[in-house]
Design a binder for this molecule. Structure first.
Ligand code: GTP
Ligand code: MG
Length: 199
């Protein structure tokens, strides 16, 4: 399940512009600044394969990375980019819904949840929307290395509260704890993805 090589293939504005070679792919989704691009870099053990930033809204296109000439990791723009002025805030819903509902090579969505903050309604809504549309999800909790998050709560506590809230939803996805700083969860996640791909 290890990554031997990774190659940036292209940035697409819409689903219909994405690669058409039929290879399986995993979409990396989550709130702006949750650590999507950092997770890709941690998985492939390269610093700047995917561009990261302290400012939310860095990734604005659908970016395809080909792994081992075999399958794709897809870096997506974040949702919930609340700090942007309306003019700069992209229309996430029409942008990404087009992708999720039309991409039949999608194996699963890695839905990233920031473990350093208490549960966010927008994440629960997103999980529920994907579930209603029968799109498989894996929860990937990020920033698990942080001792204390924004509201003074600990990752373990935030994760427990998130899972408790998810009990009321109809989907109960698998979940993995990660940190792009320490590498926690990297091998688990790679193994999990190889199992989902079936080889
Ligand atoms: P957008 O492209 O804006 O949607 O953001 P993104 O989800 O791609 O986030 P990005 O990877 O750019 O990371 C945002 C910030 O969080 C950066 O300052 C990262 O260094 C930091 N960060 C990401 N992952 C981790 C992690 O596991 N631990 C810690 N402590 N910080 C992290
Ligand atoms: Mg990004």
């Amino acid at each position: 399940s290890q990554i031997k090589e990774v190659e940036f293939v292209k940035s697409s504005e819409r689903a219909k512009d994405c690669p058409k070679d039929g290879r399986p792919e995993f979409a990396i989704l989550g709130r702006s600044n949750v650590g999507k691009s950092s997770l890709i870099n941690a998985l492939v053990r390269k610093k700047e394969v995917a561009l990261t930033s302290k400012k939310p809204g860095k990734t604005q296109l659908i970016n395809h990375f080909l792994v081992n000439k075999n399958w794709y990791l897809v870096d997506l723009p974040g949702y919930g980019f609340a700090k942007a002025p309306d003019s700069a805030r992209m229309d996430w819903s029409s942008f990404t819904k087009g992708y999720f509902l039309n991409r039949n090579t999608l194996v699963a969505v890695l839905l990233l949840i920031d473990a350093s903050v208490p549960p966010q309604k927008i994440d629960l809504d997103c999980a529920n929307w994907l579930g209603r549309n029968d799109i498989p999800i894996t929860f990937v909790f990020t920033k698990c290395d942080k001792m204390k998050g924004g509201k003074g709560t600990r990752p373990a506590e935030n994760i427990r509260n998130f899972q408790e809230l998810m009990r009321h939803y109809r989907v109960h996805p698998p979940w993995i704890l990660t940190s792009s700083v320490t590498g926690l969860g990297r091998d688990d996640l790679l193994l999990h993805m190889s199992q989902l791909r079936n080889y």
